[in-house]
Design a protein around this ligand. Sequence first.
Ligand code: COA
Length: 258
Amino acid sequence: MENILIEKQDNLAIVTINRPTKLNALNKATIEELHQAFTDLNNDTATKVIVLTGSGEKAFVAGADISEFAHFSVSEGEQLAAKGQELLFDFVQNLSTPVIAAVNGFALGGGLELAMSCHFRIASTNAKMGLPEVTLGVIPGYGGTQRLAQLIGKGRAMELIMTANMIDAETAKSYGLVNHVVPQEELLDLAKSIGAKISNNSSVAIAKAIEAINANFEDGVNGFATEIKNFGICFGTEDFKEGTTAFLEKRKAVFTGK
Ligand code: COA
């Protein structure tokens, strides 16, 4: 991998987008590498949580790589959005392994879209977030018009996208866009401690919960029906037997994720 770093610690994998001289802008190669990394980590039963962050102290991701698409035609533009959504943005959202975005600086355009595709977000105090695409004569194409409105409401999303304003971490927290804000040097420790808590729980149940929560946002899918189905599926798992038995025996459950 040329553009990303992967570090495994216990049940946690930290994926770092590593193009600091380009503020970690997402070029085609980086998107493909991230797709491969998320595929591999999702298949690795030892990895229970993935943390996604950017290298350096300045940026999470400063957007899609503008130099790659500046000359694109209408059909190439559409292809760029479709392929990116399939390979990375929808892919991350629907991953069964939880992905936490640790937003350590600028998360602009495709960078904020990537953070919003993660299951939830934490940020450092210096983080700045926005969707500045209309300043380039284009709109967010990696799910930003949809996910921003889902996360912070339609009116705020309309204003942020139309003005191209950047918001700081505290404002993002007050909007519900990020869950926690801490100084930059504490960001990865916070991600790790949240990750460790998640890792103690049943990974098969967590995967079913992700699917049920996401179902609310999918066209033609009934979220309540998905919840009922997935609730039932959990009763057939070893983790359910272990979790309920451990509770009744007054001991800590040891989950296998099966
Ligand atoms: N695509 C390609 N390259 C990018 C980039 C992007 N989205 N964002 C930053 N870079 C590159 C810059 O071109 C520059 O490269 P260079 O040193 O080879 O010239 C390098 O990263 C550093 O960026 P720079 O603009 O010099 O840093 P800054 O501190 O002055 O400004 C930002 C930081 C984030 C405000 C500014 O880089 C920016 O506005 N980036 C584009 C944001 C954007 O519109 N994203 C949406 C894309 S759809």
